[in-house]
Design a protein around this ligand. Structure first.
Ligand SMILES: [Zn+2]
Length: 321
């Protein structure tokens, strides 16, 4: 297989077809018989037009990923990504992208890229997009346009977009308009929390406590907290997650084997856990390694199924049926 380094393609995934949809099962994990039919959604991975990235950003990627060129090809060819997902045992992916022209090099064209890309398989490839509150001239219209084109989630990246997630409370009105439009249109918002190592990132904007304001001011908005404030804001993250029923935890970017060190009371968040990888960000080699580590945690199969499959189906239902 083109993307398998170790040739173990069949150890995890059996992608037999059962009356149309694809099924995934874990043949090698006899302790997880009750999860054999699970269909995994990775709610947070990235598909972006990498050729437009700032040179210093792309250098970070190249240094972090041995198979940079192969991943680069995947960023432009959905058939390569779909084959990779089959190999990894992942059914659906949320493809994160957002405009951050000054810090990352990519602007609003990233939305066109992801939307076009998702057309290859609208059930499995869920396009996320973004509007940058510092550059938009009409935030409401921009969000409405993305909603009409089928964006499933809107990403806000405070350390890369250079404003706090709650900056609308201090005058950045476009950001408040973005949240209001998403709330009205039923589009969840994914907000990066925690650090970023990319050259232009301002990490003072990584505190998840800022989501407390958003949850209070937009009570019908579904808010997905990216990365749970890792690696040092987990106390704030847990507080906000437990306080607000409309805040979900996207576990991507946290090494699954450290998850219970970060969130010892993970079970209290069972109904709002969303599994994700942040692949191909630095430090994330494959999705499958994360799945294996997550399945090995001493938590209930019910929690595992909710995190890997059913919670994300509630938040992001299959619209193709
Ligand atoms: Zn990410």
């Amino acid at each position: 297989m083109p993307f398998s380094k170790n040739g173990r393609r069949d150890s995890l995934v059996d992608d037999r077809r059962v009356s149309g949809p694809r099924w995934f099962r874990f043949r090698h994990m006899s302790s997880h018989d009750d999860l054999r039919d699970i269909r995994i959604t990775d709610v947070h991975m990235h598909v972006q037009p990498w050729l437009g990235l700032r040179k210093d950003v792309s250098a970070v990627m190249r240094n972090a990923q041995d198979d940079f060129d192969r991943i680069l090809a995947m960023m432009y060819d959905p058939s390569l990504l779909l084959a990779f997902l089959d190999e990894q045992g992942v059914d659906r992916v949320g493809m994160v992208s957002y405009p951050a022209p000054d810090t990352m090099g990519v602007g609003m064209e990233t939305n066109d890229h992801t939307l076009r890309y998702a057309e290859a398989n609208p059930r499995r490839l869920l396009p996320y997009g973004g509007v940058n509150a510092r550059f938009t001239t009409n935030a409401t219209r921009d969000v409405e346009a993305l909603a009409e084109r089928g964006i499933r989630m809107l990403k806000i990246h405070p350390p890369h977009q250079l404003y706090a997630a709650n900056a609308y409370t201090q005058g950045l009105s476009a950001l408040g308009e973005i949240y209001a439009a998403c709330e009205r249109l039923g589009i969840p918002v994914l907000i990066h929390t925690g650090t970023s190592i990319f050259p232009g990132a301002r990490n003072k904007y990584g505190n998840p406590l800022e989501l407390d304001d958003i949850a209070l001011d937009f009570p019908d908005l579904q808010i997905v907290m990216g990365h749970g404030g890792r690696p040092f804001y987990m106390g704030e993250a847990f507080f906000v997650l437990r306080r607000h029923k409309n805040v979900w935890l996207d576990m991507s970017g946290i090494p699954p084997k450290s998850l219970l060190d970060y969130f010892p009371k993970l079970h209290e968040l069972e109904d709002k856990l969303l599994w994700g990888t942040d692949w191909p960000s630095p430090g994330v080699k494959t999705m499958r390694k994360n799945i294996d580590q997550f399945l090995a945690l001493p938590v209930s199969s019910t929690l595992k199924r909710k995190a890997l499959e059913t919670n994300s189906l509630r938040l992001l239902p299959d619209r193709t049926r």
